[in-house]
Design a protein around this ligand. Sequence first.
Ligand code: TRP
Length: 464
Amino acid sequence: MSGPGNRAQWASNLGFLLAAAGSAVGLGNIWKFPGKAYEGGGGAFILIYIAIIALVGATVMLAEFIIGRATQKNAVGAFCQLRPAWKWVGGMGIFTGFIILCYYSHVGGWVLYYLCGYLTDAAAISADPTAYFYRMLGVGSGFPWGGAVLFPLLFAALTVFVVVKGVAGGIERLNKVAMPLLFLLLILLMVRAVTLPGAMDGLRYMLQPDFSLLTWNDVLVALGQAFFSLSLGMGIMCTYGSYLSREENLGRNVGIICTLDTLVAVLAGFTVIPAVFATLSASGVGKGAGFVFTAMPGVFQAMPGGVFWAILFYLLLFFAALTSSISLLEGTVAYLTEQRGFSRKRASLVLGVILFGIGLIYTLSQGHADIHGIWLDKNGISYPIFGDMLEFLTDRLLLPLGGLLFCIFVGWVWGTKNGIAEVRQGGRFRFPLAGLWSLLVRFVAPAAIACILIAGIVFGVTLS
Ligand code: TRP
């Protein structure tokens, strides 16, 4: 369906909602969140996280939607139209999204690898989940064609395919099927996980806030995680908002998307952590990139009918990852087609090839860190440093910075009056929280982001 001037538009508000929720709900919720919540002391981390979502995340999301819908343009085009001097903020967002997509699409490939693994030879995974993970990455088994090339390529190709199909015909259509399925799978898995004997210890850990475990670094991690999880700080939501018609209520959409995304993250935490507590010891709760690939197979192995649940789990992860990776690609594709005259097909294909190539380094660096530490090896300790660096650069620096700039732009440069008018549409919609939002976008959110960024960096930032 075409909008004014033949620009792409969502076919319905539900389609937009599911697509934006599909962008938000991703590997971040299921792959990153449970491990980070565990590290940050469970309940305490979750409380901080929810506060950040409510005060900062929702505020920034509304700011992005407003700019997108007001201009009906991609992230760079939107700033060009409103204040050309600010267009680099859009450019920075495009860059950030592209870097994220490089590793994101590879992890999506690993998910496909595991899905196929469970479908064809589950015994090979169960025999030794950790060894299986490292074999996928090529540790001690020659060049990892499957884990580093074939499956990530397949995942990138699927992402490109959906984006080439366009906004309503590709992205919206996929999300309308994938998102309801994702919720169903998650509920099934959670019911299974919390009814495992021993799961209560995990649940208790997740529910009892222990603030003594919380550090400044954890607060920065929570902030970065909130931005990442809501797909904020890089103009993706600006682009998605630009495909929305003026007949829709932005404020209500923000409320629903933030709630859904947080719900999925918390439910995933209540699924993964209790399951891990029940089947492994608490010390088996790992973190980092390998978490859902090494700890979870251990869980499935210990469960009756584990293979069935494993297939559901990786299917869930697959849908979550795909709907997010298409949003990451769409942000850059919208820029290339609208600002640089590329065709949708050409933009998607060229980007797909480049990001696959950069992502290859990510996958290979993961695999080799534990054996030779080709990326960093001091005193015999090695880290998958490339991946951690990417994550640090994007989640914890560029995304919050992007969010901060969006707030300053809407709050101080373009003005909250214009923003509120965009939500109200000449009185068509009520915006009872307009005063509160102005306060948040002008003062609270920028101050919180700046404080957390500075404090996090000054008081002990750790990469992992
Ligand atoms: N939000 C997604 C997740 O939780 C990832 C993602 C998609 C993203 N689009 C984004 C992150 C834009 C930052 C910016 O997995």
